[in-house]
Design a protein around this ligand. Structure first.
Ligand SMILES: [Mn+2]
Length: 300
């Protein structure tokens, strides 16, 4: 596995823009895969994202700049992980706490969505609560347990909500839920706001999103199956009718403008040979997300 990371630093940045001391961003590969329920391969997600990121243009038209050269991104070694999900979550939390204690922005590369349970805990231990979770996803992940484990990737949001320091989970792009999840969301309207994909497509979601993130510290968890499978088909549990590229950028831009993004992870990319367009889209999306987080301040 190690040699997969010879892909190099995120975005192919030279040492001057990727050394630890000077970077404002830390990329942390977290290749955890244990509870996937359908297609496999998320353990290879971090290496694929890093490899694809070498091809992302540093110049961003939206900013008329090369934002990464301003903020600098250091890529950490991959977290060494046990196969037991509960132990892995604890190990991830520890790694994220250490990284976030630097006050740099930590960007986790999964791995399956269970990674986010550890990521959020680590972030909370480093920066404290309360925290708003912004979840882009096809799935609500609100089940109490799945396949006999509470640490399944189908239970991530439910696990996060068990921590009182998590104020609310905002879910956007959802297409697939079960009865239990719908009932849970309806029973907790203050802590769970679920926007189905058709609500995003119809527009009009922006005002409430702004109201819910305004002034809040936000942890962004980006499940790549939230996007339409035409953009990212390489994922274990794809669902049709996902968010468009522009809708996703609108969500990230608004959230970063009105909220304060304190950490993010990207999960569920399961790279497939011949589908490098998916890896590239995810790498480019992460670059956008980081640039929004660091360059788009609160409204004047
Ligand atoms: Mn999902």
């Amino acid at each position: 596995m190690r040699d997969l990371y010879d892909a190099g630093a995120f975005l192919g940045l030279d040492p001057a823009h990727s050394d630890f001391a000077g970077a404002r961003v830390l990329v942390l590969p977290i290749p955890f895969e244990a509870t996937v329920s359908y297609g496999a391969g998320t353990a290879h997600g971090p290496a694929a994202i890093l490899a694809a990121s070498q091809q992302v243009e540093l110049y961003d038209r939206e900013f008329d700049a090369e934002p990464a050269l301003d903020y600098g991104v250091h890529t950490l070694p991959a977290v060494e992980l046990p196969s037991d999900p509960q132990q892995a979550v604890a190990r991830i939390a520890q790694a994220v706490t250490t990284a976030a204690a630097t006050t740099k922005l930590v960007v986790g590369l999964g791995g399956e969505h269970t990674v986010s349970v550890g990521f959020a805990r680590g972030l909370l231990d480093a920066v404290g609560g309360p925290l708003t979770v912004l979840q882009i996803d096809a799935h609500a992940d609100l089940r109490a347990e799945y396949d006999g484990t509470p640490y399944s990737h189908a239970c991530v949001a439910r696990r996060l909500l068990e921590d009182a320091r998590i104020e609310q989970v905002l879910q956007l792009g959802i297409r697939s839920v079960c009865r239990e999840e719908v009932d849970f969301a309806r029973a907790h309207p203050d802590r769970v706001r679920l926007w189905y994909a058709e609500e995003i497509h119809a527009g009009g979601w922006q005002a409430e999103l702004i109201r819910r993130v305004a002034g809040k510290r936000v942890f962004l968890t980006l499940d790549v199956d939230g996007l339409d499978p035409s953009i990212v088909p390489a994922t274990g549990t794809p669902e049709p009718d996902g968010l468009s590229w522009r809708e996703t950028l609108d969500i990230l831009r608004l959230s970063a403008r009105y909220g304060h993004l304190v950490g993010l992870d990207c999960v569920e990319l399961a790279p497939q040979p011949g589908l490098h367009s998916a890896d590239f889209a995810v790498a480019k999306l992460l670059y956008k997300a980081v640039s929004y987080a660091l360059r788009v301040g609160p409204p004047a």
